[in-house]
Write a protein of this length. Structure first.
Length: 238
């Protein structure tokens, strides 16, 4: 009887180990949301430049733009809606052209204006994502499994495109957003959608598409000639 029990225990132990190995090999490795987000940040660190289309929804106001980025701190938005509106940060100066008001707003980002420079420079960069990790707690929305990007609960229709969803919760009340939801392509680790909600429940939603990465862009792309008929307002942030 003692031999039989030992033999049965050994068989059960072997079967348990075999099953664990089988399921571990047959499924995705379990990682934390923070580890996954760190991997996304590292992928962005490999990007020297990119262009992408962006559909932007602020509350109920819809905007469309082409975003251009050059490492480490140059960003440009060329809007098709509102038509001809432009936002450019060339690493030193933030320029905003508002054609509807015939106005150009500029702000120099020198060492004394570190906040202005930091906010512009950290847009869509590995450094910016690292800052989010510092000031927000990262979690899975439900799990690490990819889910449809869109789902119509009324009709039950779901999109074929799938994304991994993370939710970032602010650590302190000093942050601008209560939480930020990121939808990330599981294949490329690029951000497909950002949904950020303010304490007053205003939602900022940005959909990114048609990424063009490492095309060899130069700083010349971020030079902007101010229209002669526009009124200029310098240091508008102050």
């Amino acid at each position: 009887m003692r031999f039989s029990l030992k033999k049965s225990f050994a068989s059960a132990l072997f079967a348990g180990i075999f099953s664990a190995l089988f399921f571990a090999q047959g499924s995705e490795p379990i990682i934390t949301a923070n580890e996954y987000f760190k991997g996304v940040s590292e992928e962005y660190g490999k990007i020297k430049d990119y262009q992408a289309n962006a559909n932007i929804l602020i509350d109920k106001e819809e905007m469309k733009a082409k975003i251009t980025y050059l490492q480490p701190d140059k960003v440009r938005f060329d809007f098709s809606k509102p038509e001809d509106q432009v936002i450019v940060f060339n690493g030193e100066t933030l320029t905003i052209y508002l054609p509807g008001s015939a106005a150009v707003l500029t702000q120099n980002a020198n060492s004394e204006d570190s906040d202005a420079k930091g906010n512009a420079a950290n847009l869509a960069t590995s450094e910016g994502l690292s800052l989010l990790r510092r000031y927000y707690t990262v979690s899975w929305e439900t799990s690490q499994e990819a889910v449809p990007l869109d789902e119509d609960k009324a009709t039950g229709e779901v999109s074929e495109e799938k994304v991994v969803r993370l939710v970032l919760w602010r650590r302190t009340t000093s942050e601008a957003f209560r939480y930020i939801k990121l939808s990330i392509s599981p294949k490329t680790k690029l951000i497909r959608r950002i949904e950020a909600v303010t304490p007053s429940d205003i939602t900022y939603k940005i959909d990114f598409s048609d990424y063009e990465i490492n095309q060899g862009l130069t700083a010349q792309r971020f030079s902007y000639d101010i229209p002669s008929a526009a009124n200029s307002y310098d240091n508008f942030m102050f």
